[in-house]
Design a protein around this ligand. Structure first.
Ligand code: PHB
Length: 394
């Protein structure tokens, strides 16, 4: 049995990009169907990082009462860069008059899912997409298997792959499941969640001779911290004491408040940009189109910027039969994507210690960090990029 559904925009992936796009399209009267392989519970409980640019929070405000970013999240007006035993505050508010919000992505997803379902949206979980057919035709199709193992075909005027770094839709756009520009890093992050009061009120990005660490927060009683580790590290190989001493050694000059560790994971990362972002009537956005290392906190915000551009392009295409914006979509999106790639790579390479770093490399890195914190221009560049370049109009 094959069920066939007809819609205007088929969106694969109920992550921030897919859900936000369907929300914006609905606001313009364009119907969409969103499918995701995962269950709602899996989506809402997968812990993801959570720095939102001010523009992202303002967009979430359009969910009305459903957005809890401003009530449950917390505004941060700066970060600390720590190296050579000293902390240096980058004061976003003073430098660029903007801030960011610490609001974990899975919380934003709960808001988006609740808002979409309350709006009567066709949102289907447990649907595994196998392929996209006829990208170049007027009516591309998503071929999938639904939660009951029945074949599901979604015919649409346009198909969007918002299906993450292991995107299935990407192959219909680039011709292969990998086709893109890559950079691998010889390190990963060992992340923990601990039940403890905050060790700092703002994020600390710390460079030390032992490697990088990040002190982040989740709530008054739960903290998130990371330290640089080998990509092959086993998260369960260290005792709690060993984890705390690894973290503590990487933030010299700060005393971390320790508590029981109730979750640990190793996050591998890389930089990636797909060779193509659109083919005919299929486009990819968010992690399906690009991934960045987490050091620059750009992931979700970059997905939102793609979605704003695609939303406008789809409105022009589907409501006015005007193809100009969709023809320019990839070039417009790539300008910001490569700026964010550069920023994320720069923060990563400035703060981590490569396993084969020489004394020259270490000392040069300290010179680089000093050039940033001792110069208003250097601090302003960091603040502009971290808080986010202006978004395209919705
Ligand atoms: C986090 O809180 O998980 C977090 C914050 C900032 C980053 C990465 C992760 O750059």
């Amino acid at each position: 049995m094959t069920a066939t559904v007809r819609t205007r925009v088929a969106i694969v992936g109920a992550g921030p990009a897919g859900l936000l796009l369907s929300h914006l399209l609905a606001g313009a009267g364009i119907e969409s169907v969103v499918v995701d392989q995962r269950t709602r519970e899996q989506i809402e409980s997968t812990i993801r990082a959570g720095i939102l640019e001010q523009g992202t929070v303002e967009l979430l405000d359009t969910l009305g009462e459903f957005s809890r970013a401003r009530t449950v999240g917390s505004r941060h007006d700066g970060i600390e860069l720590r190296f050579a035993g000293h902390g240096h505050r980058i004061d976003f508010a003073e430098l660029v008059g903007r801030g960011v919000w610490l609001y974990p992505q899975h919380e934003a997803l709960k808001d988006l899912i609740a808002a979409r379902l309350a709006g009567g949206q066709d949102l289907r979980f447990g649907v595994t997409v196998e392929r996209v057919e006829d990208a170049d035709g007027a009516l591309p199709r998503v071929v999938a298997v639904d939660a009951d193992r029945e074949e599901l075909v979604i015919e649409a005027d346009f198909v969007v792959g918002a299906d993450g770094s292991r995107s299935v839709v990407r192959a219909a756009v680039t011709g292969s499941s990998t086709g893109g520009y890559f950079r691998e890093y010889p390190f990963a992050w060992f992340g923990i969640l601990t039940e403890a009061p905050p060790s700092a009120h703002e994020l600390i990005y710390s460079n030390s001779p032992d490697g990088f660490a990040l002190v982040s927060q989740r709530s008054p009683t739960v903290q998130r911290m990371y330290f640089q580790c080998d990509p092959e590290a086993d998260p369960n190989a260290l005792t709690e004491e060993e984890v705390w001493s690894a973290l503590q050694a990487r933030v010299p000059g700060t005393t971390l408040v320790e508590g029981p560790i109730f979750q640990r994971d190793v996050l591998r990362f890389r930089s990636f940009v797909a060779h193509e972002l659109r083919k005919g009537r299929v486009a990819i956005v968010g992690d399906a189109a690009h991934t960045v290392p987490p050091t620059g906190a750009k992931g979700m915000n970059l997905a939102v910027a793609d979605v704003l551009l695609l939303n406008r392009a789809l409105q022009a295409l589907l409501l006015e039969d005007d193809e100009r914006l969709i023809d320019g979509f990839a070039d417009a999106a790539l300008k910001r994507i490569w700026k964010a790639q550069h920023f994320s790579w720069w923060m990563t390479s400035m703060l981590h210690v490569a396993p084969d770093a020489s004394d020259f490399d270490r000392l040069r890195q300290l010179g680089e960090l000093r050039s940033v914190v001792e110069s208003e221009a250097g601090r302003t560049y960091l603040a502009e990029a971290y808080t986010g370049w202006p978004f395209p109009a919705p």
